[in-house]
Design a protein around this ligand. Structure first.
Ligand code: ARG
Ligand code: GLU
Length: 720
């Protein structure tokens, strides 16, 4: 009787673990096979080929990977591109000066000549993708060691990529899925002339700041506009005044009708990384070891930064971007831990593992292949914990010190100088690029802040690092400074070349190969070097060995899970490749008795208004438009929609992704996830996880009514 009950309980738990309607980041190539019917039953009016096709124009031709880690979408026949304000942030910042503060006041190119080039910024289209598993695994056998397997896979992948790149300007990349069970090739085309067209002031584009970040209800107009330029043959080209606006194969028509509750929606973009199939041991470690280290250290960093930043606008401007990025994942990890606990994620994973073990013990073959897997996972995670913790401390604490991060840049100069084969030209070119970088670096350097940050972080790093993984410099410092980290920091900061522009300029301008001695003696470089050497010698090899094993085991584990649950479709973890998620517009209950509606309006933004506040100020013009209800054709029932939420599975990298209705029209731009859903990179909960988008009608309203840039509206395709 009791056994039966446990069985039922287990079944119940497992049912809640298996793929849900809204969970999943699907491969565009496989939509026909796995998702088309389901999507159509939920409101999609298009076919899988309308979304992804190699031979005909499809939605995928209007989606790009924007810069290093965002998504963007084409919204006009003239190459106009829409993404988030936070994705365009550094470009906007680079064009900003005190006199022309585009971050603060916004920027609008009133004609094409005013659009601003951004060196290094790219937009990448997916030309096609292909399942290349068979070719990649050719010659691989079960008997091989992992490193043999790896080297065959690398060679095969290179061959496949080379063939695909022959005679065209595309780039081909083979990527592993399900920890190396399957392989797909992605052929891409990258445009290199991407210009800034428009951005709202931060009081709209970043309204709510860090306080509202990862939160619903939200009122952020998190969008910016760019344009892709091409040569006269519509091909990628470096920036040139003679380039012309790119003509996309497809651009999104924009819906003026907005969305209603329960409407079908889908998101097409480049999600970065999820880990949905981890074992309970891995989740346990993220929850109890890795995340807490990051949270604790970042809390300290943010506090110290805030204290100094609040002292002057000048300091604030130097550190704004850095602060935002530290606070973004600080908050994310807190939300993730909260969500994992609330979901009882470890117990759910354990229940699944128990079932897996029973299943594995069911036949002789299964037992041979899978029977030992879980105990081995546990052993490896236990053994490796010390090293993983040391790595987290290096990343967050040691490399959180600006001086150490900066010193790292000089490692290549050090190595080149030490090599007897390196020519003087090679050395000179390294020096030159360091000189260029120094200009920017010292602009954003404020000694008073670093004077507090350095001792605080080095103390955490030394105190928390396992004794056996301490860098050798530790004993010297302890002996000499007797634990007085401020004294040690003052010594380094006052002597090092990395903390003073004059010293750095002098060092670099007179640099020759033999100057490397001076570099090695620099107290800042010595500290960096000691920490880096410890990492290379004591931590990296251990981690590498563990991850080599874990990769094989994860691959085997997922194979087993797929055999065991043979009717469930396993979507692959996100890996920065193009994916489609789908769901619907819906609110949720963040807690007992509170229900969140899926929409926000200007009314709610006005409720949050704090004049003069860094995060909650509102531009006068917007207040006027609100007071007169001057919403034009973008309002709805005399109100102006601002943001909405839906149940599309997204993660970091999906920022800027188009959110699309059943007709294939753009209804918004994704930019965030809700607080209660931040654990979805590890475990999804359909009742709680929502993606947050700017309503496209608000974006249009800001462009048209607020900025008066109606020429941009005119080049879009608006539909009622
Ligand atoms: N949380 C969003 C994302 O992960 C937006 C971050 C930018 N906004 C901010 N206030 N830091 O990228
Ligand atoms: N803001 C995130 C990004 O930059 C998207 C939010 C999420 O992680 O879901 O990609």
């Amino acid at each position: 009787m009791k056994n039966l009950f446990i069985k039922f309980l287990l079944l119940f738990v497992l049912a809640s673990l298996s793929a849900h309607a809204d969970e999943g980041m699907w491969l565009p190539l496989l939509l026909k096979k796995y998702n088309e019917a389901d999507m159509q039953s939920k409101g999609l009016k298009l076919s899988a080929e309308d979304i992804y096709s190699v031979n005909n124009a499809s939605l995928k031709d209007a989606v790009v990977r924007f810069g290093g880690g965002c998504t963007g979408e084409l919204i006009s026949a003239g190459g106009l591109l829409l993404t988030n304000h936070h994705c365009g942030y550094s470009s906007i910042q680079n064009h900003s000066t005190v006199e022309k503060d585009y971050l603060k006041d916004g920027f609008w190119a009133m004609d094409r000549n005013e659009e601003l080039p951004n060196s290094g910024l790219t937009a990448t289209f997916l030309v096609r993708m292909e399942d290349v598993t068979e070719q990649v695994l050719e010659g691989v056998t079960d008997e091989m060691s992992e490193s043999q397997r790896e080297s065959i896979i690398t060679v095969n992948s290179r061959d496949i990529e080379k063939t695909a790149e022959e005679g065209n300007q595309y780039r081909a990349t083979v990527k592993a899925f399900y920890y190396g069970s399957e392989f797909y090739m992605f052929v891409t085309e990258t445009y290199r002339d991407v210009r800034l067209v428009g951005a709202p002031p931060s009081s709209i584009g970043k309204f709510g700041g860090d306080t509202d970040n990862w939160m619903w209800p939200r009122h952020t107009g998190d969008f910016s506009l760019f344009r892709i330029y091409a040569n006269i043959n519509n091909e990628p080209a470096d920036y040139s005044p003679s380039n012309v606006p790119y003509k996309p194969k497809h651009h999104f028509p924009i819906s003026l009708s907005g969305v209603k509750e329960n409407d079908f929606t889908m998101i097409f973009g480049f999600p970065g990384r999820t880990e949905e199939y981890l074992t309970s041991f891995a989740v346990e470690r993220t929850l109890n070891v890795v995340n807490p280290i990051g949270i604790k250290i970042r809390e300290q960093k943010l506090k110290l930064m805030k204290e100094e930043m609040n002292k002057s606008r000048e300091v604030w401007l130097k550190y704004a971007g850095k602060y935002a990025s530290i606070s973004n994942y600080y908050k994310k990890w807190k939300g993730e831990n909260r969500g994992l606990k609330k979901l009882d994620a470890i117990a759910k994973k354990q229940a699944q593992e128990e079932q897996f073990q029973q299943w594995a013990n069911g036949t002789v073959e299964r037992k041979a292949k899978y029977g030992n897997l879980l105990p081995r996972f546990e052993a490896i995670y236990t053994e490796q914990e010390k090293y993983e913790k040391a790595l987290a401390l290096i990343n967050e604490a040691a490399f959180g010190i600006d001086l150490i991060l900066y010193a790292y840049r000089f490692q290549s100069l050090e190595r080149t100088s030490q090599s007897e084969y390196a020519t003087n030209e090679e050395v000179a070119s390294k020096v030159k690029s360091l000189q260029e970088h120094a200009e920017k670096r010292f602009q954003n350097y404020y000694p008073e802040l670093e004077k507090k940050m350095f001792p605080a972080l080095i103390e955490i790093y030394f105190n928390e690092t396992d004794e056996s993984l301490q860098p050798d410099i530790y004993n010297t410092i302890m002996k000499k400074y007797k634990g007085d980290y401020q004294k040690y920091a003052n010594h380094v900061l006052s002597k090092s070349i990395f903390t003073d522009k004059g010293r750095m300029d002098k060092f670099l301008s007179s640099y020759k190969k033999s100057s490397v001695k001076k570099l090695l003696k620099d107290p800042g470089y010595a500290l960096f070097n000691a920490i880096f050497t410890t990492y290379q010698e004591k931590i990296k090899p251990e981690n590498r060995e563990a991850y080599d094993k874990l990769d094989v085991m994860m691959r085997t584990y997922i194979q087993g899970l797929r055999e065991m649950q043979d009717t469930r479709i396993f979507y692959p973890d996100a890996n920065s490749t193009l994916r489609l998620s789908y769901g619907k517009v819906e609110g949720y209950f963040p807690n007992d008795s509170t229900e969140y509606q899926p929409f926000t309006h200007l009314e709610g933004m006005m409720d949050k208004y704090k004049p003069g506040d860094e995060e909650f100020d509102i531009p006068e013009k917007l207040i006027q438009l609100y007071k007169t209800k001057d919403y034009g054709r973008y309002g709805y029932e005399n109100k102006m929609p601002v943001c909405f939420i839906a149940s599309n599975h997204t993660t970091g990298g999906n920022s800027g992704s188009p959110i699309i209705n059943g007709e294939g029209q753009l209804v918004g731009t994704n930019f965030d996830r809700n607080w209660e859903g931040t654990m979805s990179d590890i475990m999804y909960d359909p009742t709680q996880v929502r993606n947050i988008s700017v309503d496209i009608r608000y974006t249009l309203f800001i462009i048209d009514k607020f900025a008066g840039a109606s020429h941009l509206i005119n080049e879009m395709t608006l539909v009622n």
